[in-house]
Design a protein around this ligand. Structure first.
Ligand SMILES: O[C@H]1[C@H](O)[C@@H](O)[C@H](O)[C@@H](O)[C@H]1O
Ligand SMILES: [Fe+2]
Ligand SMILES: [Fe+2]
Length: 294
């Protein structure tokens, strides 16, 4: 049986729903509200404003330019753990369910998946590093604003799907009225594969690029998970399926498995960083070089 234990506290009268794989989905988050409630989260104003800026500014051109710039990997050299430590005071302004430093979120999701899949060390490491791309906000990485670092992701260069949260703000994005970019397929073709789709810029694609270019030995399921874990419109809402190919559909199941640990492990109960550090350092050593180019 697979069940997550160190999850957010569940309210008194919550009745946990058990999925077919035995995973118990908590009814409420650390604020006692339902998860991913973009209409009434206690963090509403900060979350909505981050998405407003994201939707207005993430144009096809912005993404293309920014991605090319970061693909150079010429910003800094450091180890994975050093990057993780840079997140010890970073709070994600797009998250309706968490107000803790991101280093805690990394360890919480890794520890939760480790409990249920004790022998799959690559899954522990995937969880540990999935959000490390949020270092993009840091001065050493160019101080990107949060709207270019965090939040759910979506394709650019084609119509913005209605299922994207705070969709109304896309009306202020120049691409919204550009006939080259505002049709169902836009610049893409049916079944072209996500690999050929430009996604709104943020921590997912960046961490994927860093891991791949630095020669990680993590399996492709891990790389796909890192790259698309914020693509909720696709993995949770079922949008943009027509851009996917066979390989994407095969990989989707890993993202869905991972997603439960990413979302439902969010809690205000902190993990002792120094206590778990030796284990995670051993995994980093197994799958990554000592220093990476970022
Ligand atoms: O607010 C969160 C957060 O930024 C996560 O890191 C991202 O993966 C999610 O998709 C998003 O909803
Ligand atoms: Fe993320
Ligand atoms: Fe996450």
């Amino acid at each position: 049986m697979i069940a997550v234990e160190n999850q957010a506290p569940v309210s008194e009268n919550a009745i946990p729903k058990e999925a077919s794989d035995g995973f118990v989905v908590p009814e409420s988050n650390a604020f006692g509200q339902s998860f991913r409630d973009y209409e009434s989260t206690v963090r509403l104003s900060i979350v909505e404003n981050t998405y407003r800026l994201n939707h207005i500014n993430q144009t096809y051109d912005f993404v293309k330019r920014t991605r090319e710039e970061y693909a150079k990997l010429n910003k800094v050299e450091m180890s994975i753990w050093e990057a993780i430590e840079l997140l010890d005071s970073f709070v994600d302004e797009s998250d309706p369910d968490l107000e803790e430093p991101q280093i805690q979120h990394l360890l919480q999701s890794a520890e939760a998946i480790r409990k249920d899949y004790p022998n799959e060390d690559w899954m522990h490491l995937t969880a540990l590093i999935h959000d490390v791309g949020k270092v993009l906000y840091h001065s050493k990485f160019g101080s990107l604003p949060q709207w270019a670092v965090v939040g759910d992701t979506h394709p650019v260069g084609c119509a913005f799907d209605e299922s994207i949260c705070y969709h109304k703000y896309f009306k202020e994005n120049p691409d919204y009225n550009n006939p080259a970019y505002n049709t169902k397929l836009g610049v893409y073709s049916e079944g072209c594969g996500l690999e050929n789709v430009l996604m709104s810029w943020g921590h997912d694609d960046y961490m994927y690029m860093v891991a791949k270019a630095n020669g990680t030995t993590l399996p492709s399921a891990a790389l796909f998970t890192i790259r698309y874990h914020s693509f909720y419109p696709m993995h949770t809402e079922g949008a943009y399926k027509y851009l996917m190919n066979e390989e994407d559909r095969e990989n989707l199941k890993w993202v869905l498995t991972f997603n439960k640990y990413d979302l439902y492990s969010k809690s205000n109960v902190h993990i002792d960083v120094e206590k778990v550090k030796p284990y995670y350092e051993s995994l980093i050593k197994k799958y990554f070089p000592e220093k990476l180019r970022w």
